[in-house]
Design a protein around this ligand. Sequence first.
Ligand code: ASP
Length: 574
Amino acid sequence: MKRNNTEFNKTNVGEIVTLYGWVSKKRDLGGLVFIDLRDRSGIIQLAIRPECAVYNKVLEIKNEYVIKVVGEITLRENSNPNLKTGDIEVIVSDVEVLNESRELPFDLNKVTALEDTRLKYRYLDLRRNELKDKLIMKSLIMQSARDYLNNNEFLEIETPILCKSTPEGARDYLVPSRVNKGSFYALPQSPQLFKQLLMASGFEKYYQIARCFRDEDLRADRQPEFTQIDLEMSFVNEEDVMNLTEGLLANIFKKTKGINLNLPFNRMTYEDAFNMYGSDKPDTRFEMVINDITNAFVDTDFGVFRGVIDDGGMINAIVVKNAADRYSRKDIDKLTEVVKSYKASALAFLKYDNEFTGSIAKFVDEKTGDLLKEQLHLENNDLILIVAGNKKIVKTSLGALRLKLGKDLDLIDSSKFNFLWVTDFPMFEYSEEEGRYIACHHPFTHPMDVDNLDDKENALARAYDIVLNGYEIGGGSIRIHKPDVQEKVLEALEFTKEDAYNKFGFLLDALTYGTPPHGGLALGLERLTMILSGTDNIRDVIAFPKTTSASCLMTEAPNEVSIHQLDELHIKLK
Ligand code: ASP
């Protein structure tokens, strides 16, 4: 059995070893050849001296050849502290070329090639440590998740990939059925309904490292197929699911990073998160919360603020501590662009230095000034950035501005892992696109108050998200387990009874046969891997990813298929 290159160190000096790997780099010093031999574990240096019987053969060897060598481990003259095996080298006595390699289309040691080229030869790009380490991290996360869940009596159960299309949420990927002419399967957007049905079956604790498929427009952090660590439990409440998830994440962090997380994680309601951070996934690694300063301006005769207040809007501010002198008008114009992209009409500002200056200073009378000083705990050289308008615009625009300032001013401690539960989500959200209320989480989420579903703006759900450093890494809910409640919720979502039965009849039926109370959650495996391996690009954590136009440059999927195949599927292209 092959041994790892990096198993060897000073203690092995004098041993004759057989090594396998790729020629990562060959240096011919004329009379002495060095090879960096690479395997998955890392690099070991080979030295081939002129007196070596295979010296001439070695001269023929090129980068990326796969070789087997026999040699003696010796101490290196100049050790290399950057290598795990940096104290030793192998004096080669025999070499066998197991396979040759053409010249690679790009240099693995320099990442200068275009991403498209690297994606076309993904199997070569994956030889680079940078990508390899991320996939190793992903594998470790999966292993530690499995260990933890197996130790906690969870059963790993697979659910179908060929499913029924239930167009709620994202667009489905469809698969035509050959046997059932004119019918289609859908690939699962998540195993949601199946995992609930497994609870109806009595499995009590389920998990799966589940592939999910969503046909959405892609971005840097989205792929058409992705993976969830998906779990579901019976006879539980929010507390149970959160505790279990905290234990699971603690195990993952311990096993992958050696970090002991502080449990329990902080919690915040959706309402507070939105009010203070303008987001349902706040980055709590720095403060700079959003303040509602409408009160300070109730009597204002500043036309813009007056109009906003009279229309039921609000005036909010963030304070950038000790930074007033660092922001010119021009800088503030740039910040204005940020809030404008969130539909805010303008960004007002004040600077405080015993007195107020800035764009709206003349509307700050003594009373308003005192109120601001007290509420915002102002100190000299503070910069106050203000947006007025309706709540959604004010909060989201200041939330985005806060994040930008956090980055620009280097306020974020990147060594921190700040976990936060966001709870008490709204049950419904209004979809401009569909012109109706849709489920904020999904239609199977238990409402906080079953009798208060008519007040769509204020109804709350028993849903929770887990946020890490400003990213939603997972979410879940307590589910509806009673048929009458499920029917009520579907009714509130404007499903006709017929429509509901057509789409989820199997679930509605199951709820009538003794389905236990249950709840669960899913963690986004790619997002977690991205954070743990420090990348913003989801493609880095998927072995064979798609481009933003959903194609695989290596295999050239999706591809056209033959007329014969289409005929068999009863499909005619338009
Ligand atoms: N299936 C849900 C999702 O994909 C997660 C859950 O509710 O467990 O968002």
